[in-house]
Design a protein around this ligand. Structure first.
Ligand code: ADP
Ligand code: ZN
Length: 725
């Protein structure tokens, strides 16, 4: 499905063929599934070259004209083919003739002998890594999911199966895990004054059936969800449907339950649905049996007839941008979907992206604010602790203040959250002899020491290795740890508070969705005193007994070579801080930092989004970065460093005329901040457009043509990039 092709409709199929149904057609000697995108009266192809549609696969259309025109829009905006855009928009099951009702799972068979594991560790790193993970999980998991997360092909899985160490099985698809989501959110007796005002505005837009984008800026705990629910309720009463996008990580039974408690039939679209489940959801939406969709990024493509409202919660989240083709941003697509449908688009966040804030400030979008928490609960006070005053630089993880508060909170029987946005024990292993750090041979990143599994891990390609006894460069003995990941925080806090019940949540401990949900509900029941975690715990958690939040190292992301580093730091601190003091008990936040005067940290500590945004916006204007410019990033990857570099230089030279015509300032080509990943050398070039309205169509077409004609170097085009490394 990469392109549009013309076929003849035989007479007997004439009645069955309509736009949006799938058809089986002869293609390249075999048969392929295609979607009817248009019906033409005639074709300029020679009749002898026209081939017949073989079979019509659907009785009713599965893809509306809205989805088809959206796919066209995506292909133009993000420089991909129509087929690639359609591919992203369609459930996988629709792309095959049959339906698949089973998924493939993998599980470890018993516990292998130590010698077998040791041998694997030495000789088959990938098999060892997979087997060890499966042994740890101790239950069947979906094969495709674990391979994707471990960055493996299915070869190691097959080898393990051949040796009888694992079993790969087809199992009937599980029932929808979200159907049992607790639906226990009570409708509040009254909306707060700010909520009422916001809801009135949204209802007005819906009543007038106009298209409008609204930025709902509401501090954490201000009751944004209630505003969404009321607006959706109103849309339904007008006979219109709704799409709600939440970040993948926030798509929990708790969140889904909020919507289930209010609306009879909620379709949940998430990445772990099997093909047939997804297909069922799709049918139900198309037939108007379900009118509300809740899902992650790709739910924006759900076919909701007579769409009235699109909600994007946590609109600033980088995960709304897809990392592979088509590299679309679901928030920007949501605005387009709403525009096309004449619908209301609500973008909610406590910490809006500067792009959205800018649109609101310009007046292009409506800006609504919820400035106080529900029940007039105060936003928790934030203390900044200057770690430069806490003993020798970098040698201590906990300030005296944080230590004291953790113990005090524990003594009161209340809960704490400790946030460290980095996995593993130590992010760097360092030789005090030659001052070098241990790096991955395939990637330009340092290896992270993971204590529990006793291996060095590359967080870019996932490869593991044993820890050398001495420095591999100068043979000096005694490699040292530098810095701390969540695993080290956990181990130190256990030493500090031996009686506390501590749980670490990061992608090393939470292998399966179920683990994550069980952990959260245990925390909710008060069975855990201290939760240590990465950004997995920064989002959306609503636990009233959390009264202390500690940000161990606020600077971790501050100095990355990315123009959004300060914005991300501000957002993370504000989001984590929002986890405390959500119930009747007041909360407090401790932010440990080596740059206490940095505006991102200062403003986050004062819960002052407006001041942060204004200052940051000025910098962006000065340096001509979004929202005051648009960017197109081109990444060149090649095992052969020189060939990749040549390709990058050639693109910039060959497209010089088009670039100038489009008003682009071209930066680079230059080595990307991560100059080597998975054995490929990386170059990048940045096209900057100071005029954000600049028409990019021609330049993008030229870039696309260049990229697809390049045989050796992998050239990716990223329009409005979110990742800059
Ligand atoms: P946000 O998404 O803005 O962080 P939530 O929507 O999660 O905030 O609301 C925070 C808490 O306040 C929730 O527990 C919610 O049930 C409660 N809440 C929301 N609106 C009201 C209201 N009008 N009256 C009482 N409680 C409310
Ligand atoms: Zn690597």
């Amino acid at each position: 499905m990469d392109c549009e092709f013309t076929y003849r409709v035989p007479e007997e199929l004439e009645r069955a063929v309509q736009v949006g149904v799938r058809v089986a057609v002869p293609f390249a000697g075999g048969r392929e599934v295609g979607v009817v995108s248009a019906l033409a009266g005639e074709s300029d192809l020679h009749p002898r070259r026209l081939r017949d549609v073989a079979k019509v696969l659907d009785q009713e259309p599965l893809i509306g004209s809205a989805q088809l025109s959206l796919a066209r829009w995506i292909s133009e905006r993000y420089a991909c083919s129509f087929g690639e855009a359609l591919h992203a928009a369609l459930p996988a099951a629709l792309k095959r003739e049959g339906e698949r009702r089973k998924t493939r799972t993998i599980r470890a068979l018993g516990s292998p002998e130590a010698a077998v594991l040791e041998e694997l560790a030495r000789t088959q790193e990938k098999q060892h890594r997979l087997l060890r993970t499966l042994l740890e999980i101790g239950a069947p998991v979906e094969l495709s999911e674990i391979l994707r997360r471990s960055n493996l092909s299915d070869a190691p899985a097959k080898s393990l199966a051949a040796r009888g160490l694992v079993a790969i099985e087809w199992v009937a698809s599980a029932s929808d895990e979200f159907s049992s989501a607790p639906a226990d959110r009570r409708r509040p007796d009254h909306l707060t004054a700010e909520q009422s005002t916001a809801v009135a505005v949204l209802r007005g837009v819906l009543d007038r059936r106009e298209h409008r984008t609204v930025l709902l800026e509401g501090v954490t705990g201000s009751g944004k969800t209630e505003v969404y629910l009321s607006a959706i309720e109103h849309a339904l009463s007008l006979g219109r449907g709704a799409i709600v996008l939440v970040p993948e990580i926030a798509l929990t039974p708790q969140t889904v339950g909020w919507f289930r408690s209010r609306f009879a039939d909620v379709a949940v679209l998430h990445s772990r649905l099997t093909d047939s489940q997804r297909l069922t959801m799709w049918h139900r939406l198309f037939r108007r049996e379900a009118r509300v969709v809740v899902g992650a990024r790709s739910a924006i493509f759900a076919p909701v007839p007579d769409l009235g409202i699109v909600v994007v919660d946590e609109e600033h989240e980088p995960s709304f941008k897809q990392g592979s083709i088509p590299r679309y941003h679901a928030r920007d697509v949501a605005v387009e979907v709403a525009r096309e449908a004449g619908a209301l688009c609500v973008l909610g966040s406590a910490t809006p992206s500067l792009e959205s804030w800018h649109q609101a400030r310009l007046g292009a979008w409506t800006h609504l604010k919820l400035s106080t928490r529900v029940g007039a609960r105060p936003l928790p006070p934030v203390e900044i602790v200057d770690m430069r005053n806490e003993g020798a630089r970098g040698s201590r993880l906990f300030s005296n203040r944080l230590k004291h508060l953790v113990l005090e909170t524990l003594a009161k029987g209340e809960q704490s959250i400790l946030f460290q946005n980095r996995r593993g024990f130590a992010p760097v292993l360092w030789c005090s002899g030659c001052k070098q750090t241990l790096r991955c041979v395939h990637c330009d990143v340092s290896l992270t020491w993971h204590q529990r599994i006793g291996r060095l891990v590359c967080h870019s390609c996932c490869e593991e290795q044993e820890r050398p006894g001495a420095c591999p460069y100068c043979s000096a003995p005694g490699l040292r740890y530098l810095g701390a990941g969540s695993e080290r925080i956990e181990s130190e806090i256990r030493a500090l508070a031996p009686t506390a019940r501590v749980l670490r949540m990061d992608s090393d401990t939470m292998h399966r969705r179920e683990d994550y949900e069980q952990a959260l509900s245990a925390f909710g029941r008060g069975e855990i005193d201290i939760l240590v975690g990465t950004q997995m715990i920064a989002k959306g958690l609503d636990f009233p007994r959390v009264t202390l939040v500690g940000v161990i190292d606020a600077d971790a992301g501050l100095h990355l070579p990315d123009f959004r580093a300060a914005e991300r730091t501000f957002q993370l601190i504000a989001q984590v801080a929002g986890r405390a003091g959500r119930g009747a008990l007041p909360g407090r936040i401790v932010v440990q930092t080596l740059s206490p005067e940095h505006p991102a940290i200062q403003c986050a500590a004062k819960h002052d989004f407006a001041r942060f945004a204004a200052g940051e916006d000025e910098l962006r204007l000065e340096l001509s970065y979004p929202p005051h410019a648009r960017l197109v990033r081109i990444v060149f990857e090649d095992e052969d460093e020189i060939r990749g570099r040549d390709c990058a230089a050639r693109l910039v030279a060959e497209l010089a005329a088009e670039s100038e015509r489009a008003g682009a300032i071209v930066l680079g080509p230059a080595p990307a901040p991560i100059a080597l990943a998975r054995g490929r050398h990386r170059q990048n070039a940045l096209f900057k457009f100071a005029d954000t309205q600049a028409p990019l169509t021609e330049l993008l077409a030229a870039l696309k043509k260049f990229a697809t004609s390049e045989a050796k170097t992998r050239v990716s085009i990223d329009v409005d990039p979110v990742a800059m490394l």
